[in-house]
Design a protein around this ligand. Sequence first.
Ligand code: GCO
Length: 445
Amino acid sequence: MIKYSKQDFGDDFDWGVTISSYQVEGAHDLHGRGMSIWDKFSHQGKRIEDGSDGTIACDFYHRYEEDIDIVKSLNLKNFRFSLAWPRILPNGTGAVNQAGIDFYNKVIDYCLAKGVTPWLTLYHWDLPQVLEDKGGWTNRMIVNCFKEYADVCSRAFGDRVKNWIVINEPFTYTALGYLFGYYAPGKFGINNYIPAVHHSTLCQAEGARVIRRNVPDANIGTSVGCSHVSPASDAPRHVAAAKRIDVMFNRIHIEPLLGMDYPIRDLPALERIEKYIQPYDPELIKFDFDFIGVQNYYSLVAYDVPLVPYIGALIKPFHKLNRPLTANGWEVYPEGIYKILKQFGEYPIKKLMVTENGAAFYDKVQNGKVHDKKRVEFLQKYIGQVLRAKNEGVNIGGYFVWSLMDNFEWKAGFKSRFGIVHTDFKTQRRIIKDSGRWIREFLEE
Ligand code: GCO
């Protein structure tokens, strides 16, 4: 294993931790919050594996002070959280819910009082249901709605918040939400997916421009999920299949922002997107981001299967790769983060930030402690690989762990625990796990 200390990353490297609104806040109907697509989706039959939902989650809405105190106590200087669009604009657009603004003001002010820097994500998947009722991300009206939302938020918080992330992982909510029906809003099909992709791309850049106008000194990024893809063998057909998967998982959400157009040549099914591109869009989808957030959980091995519609490829299940597995069946493969950082390092991007990385394991509370040895090792190894990429010249400015505490893990409900802090969902008691203690020690001045 690579040996390192905090100093090896330099003094200006940002260490932080991440949560998102729907996964932690609870208070789903308090103080004027509107309904989000996840409120609706999680109540539709057996959508969530343990039958749970985010109505209470970690009750962060009432316990944010305790949680920010924990962030501080772990020597983490940066705290990334998202704003719930339906808490701020319950109807998606129009009337602003002052109670929502007040809540985030309190969270932001508490962070600042404690010397913790807030990083705000505008969109982490909890779309107002009223907008979904009009087609959500498939309907181009979303672009104006999103600009309005970005405007309200950046005016309200931009005096104190300087670090902004426009959108979190477009791959996940477009592919899982609109193509495979696996995440909210549970829609299917390429004709939902393709417009959702293009409108997300537009919103990433348009939202960023709104923030730049209202907060000229902001540090603006957007976060993409990314996974290194390798072919099942050197056979040209598998190599081509891996290229198609790479487009879908990685390239499609980043290249247009950089002015490189959609990579249609390497994934011909993407040609359909042209139907949604209006004359000025190629300009509108570009933005000079200060950083791009990369979020890595696993890498992928792809192989050619001509019968699979549109993409003609499949991904090898993780359990067939002979690598250790996490509690939700993802692989542990530290080199994967190194490889994808190197790949993204080739783009003309000012700076990369690892805005999420982490793992779910089966944790047990024993005498009031959680000895999550596997998560400690996971973090040690992955962080070592981040340093390896950084030392080879990739400009990486920070690393944020997913997640502060165990929370509502979407489809998996409360079964997949990703926290460096344990959450007892009955009592809301927090216990700092060994992984949290390791981070605290590692970051000690
Ligand atoms: C993600 C998310 C998180 C997930 C985490 C683990 O972007 O995928 O930001 O919401 O909980 O990735 O699945």
